[in-house]
Write a protein of this length. Sequence first.
Length: 474
Amino acid sequence: MKNLNFPGLPRILVVDDEEAIREGLRSLLQGESVAVESADGLEAALARIEQRSFDVVLFDVHLQGSGGLEVVSRLRRRASPPDVILLAGYGTQANTVEAMRTGAFDVIEKPIHRDRVMATIRRCLEMRQASRELTWAQERLRDATSTELLGLSPSIRALEQRIEEVAQSPDTTVLIAGERGAGKELVARRIHESSVRRHGPFVIVNCAAQTENLLESELFGHEAGAFTNAGREGKDGLFALAAGGTLFLDEIGEMGKALQAKLLRVLQERTFRRVGGVRDIAADVRIVVASTKDLRKEAESGRFREDLFFRLNVMTVEVPALRSRAQDVPLLAHFFLDQYARHLGKNLTGFTEEATETLCEYEWPGNVRELRNVIERAAIACAGGMIDECHLPAFSGGPLDGSDEIARNLIVLDGNDCSIRSLENQLVRKILEATNWNISRAAAMLGINRTTLYNKIRVYEIGQRPGREAVEVS
């Protein structure tokens, strides 16, 4: 079907026990930019549906042994269900209402007319595409407030460029590296949204949050009775749920070695098997993985399969830590503050100079996630107006080291002014210079809090930190 924007060609399965109808429909559809397969019975059809996902199934409602409309309900219960168009004998239009209630998209009477078939399938695929685009738009709107990549620093610009490069190859496996809280999940989502798979699902699984056996079942699904408490019916796994889209495996360094071997097979063969199953199922997904661990070192130490590491390390994306892009902190802080101000119904107008300095000087070991939490706490603590230092937690500013030492003979007595005020003025200036105007460290060395230090800076008119550029936030 021309002018349809699917991740790949739309897949259609024709199920009918009359060979002439099967081949006629196959011949008709093959010239319409769709992938067509056929099956002569229910068992063969279900086997094909287990192996790969389909967008539309043309199904003979009177197929022997099919159970009629029950098959429609069965197909619509799948994790990634196809739309079902029923083929019915002449004079059975009275069953159309019941078929639609069951979940069928439409009913086409036999004998089949070319124009009727083509119009129905096009309408079905257009509605399916519209539904995917609506889902994508809703997810994009929901994620619009995820601003871990918001920033103007060179490292963020380089990351954006890398994402665009990776997105051009929609099937290539991607390894995302970075610290906790830096935004690896958002990078994975941005890769998905920038690729042709953006209308497909984006499925996330945290490999550290589940036991190996449970994770295997979640990823691959399981057959009925495959293990204790497996249930009477089988279950589709996340590989099936993510068909046509992207599967994001977070903290893959925590995955057990037995499961690593099975994942390696999926990457090599592009197929997988359910737990307890014997049939290979096509894995029509892009796999994106992330780890806070250095997988190369993990592989060298034997804690991670080396062959899997090389399979995963096709395209690597490094997410910069927040401390390496401190110039983005004010922009992020204002964005989060605007969010929480609206949520709390408060008139919060920004940050004082002291509060901004505090945020910029902190090391942020928890990265953007920690910054967001700090701004939320400040927004709750502040009744209105500007966020000040008193609304922020007591940041340590990092450990003191030898670079903060100053020679005691740097402070000299002025013969004309031996007052405590003069000595304090000199001391504050020297320590600010020695710490490169790191207010937190300077305050710690002086044995006072940051607010008191700022007051002394104003009283003694010491001025601003050299090289500090004003940050404009609109």
